[in-house]
Design a protein around this ligand. Sequence first.
Ligand code: PGA
Length: 250
Amino acid sequence: MKRLIFAANWKMHLSPDAARRFLDVFLQGYEPADDREVWFFPSAIALEAVVRRAVDEPGIVVGAQNVHWELKGAFTGELSVPMAKEAGARAALVGHSERRHVFGETDEETGRKVKALLDHGLTPMLCVGEKIEQREAGETLTVVERQLAVLAEYEPDTLERIVIAYEPVWAIGTGKTATPRDAAEVHAYIRGWYADRGVAPEAARILYGGSVKPDNIAALVSEAEIDGVLVGGASLHPVDWAGMARAGLD
Ligand code: PGA
């Protein structure tokens, strides 16, 4: 059975109080189901509030939006993996396009973050995706291959612990979504990259992100290549998000 992940990336929204209020409403509409999990990536300061509210709920995972690769030290403003873990995080986003393109995060840095998370038993969700000019130049798969290369050192059982989120940069926050077919083409490439390294097709978890909304989520998650979604803007409304997390059930 395909096990879907519905992941909410709250970015710099929802304070601890707002996050608690969100969950009060969300949990009234939330229906746990065997074929899916709902993951939340709150801001670092709201992480513990979300964990406390959601820790006993079946099928809910909470993660950090970003971590540093060093375990401690003079890194003002950063969050270490052990700190995130102690607060209850079981996963973290790595290499989100805003980290790469607004904050200048490099492939080398994403690689170090993935390693730090794996070393501490957390799940990295590595985000990959091309800019519009790269897509138009026919470079989508080359860009994705370069971003995946930070995983090349890992054995199949380690690769299986890493979730990939394909998020074309031109689709994030723009209202433009890749069609399920466009996304499926890149997902198939990523699944092939995993298969070349010994990972069975059904063991690779590859999500799509970029302007996923209540009106397009069902078509995306019904596409065989898509194992779930990473959602920004549309995950900020608790009623909508509870509805989106039921996509395909009704
Ligand atoms: P969006 O963001 O759903 O608002 O396009 C997705 C993301 O940045 O992960």
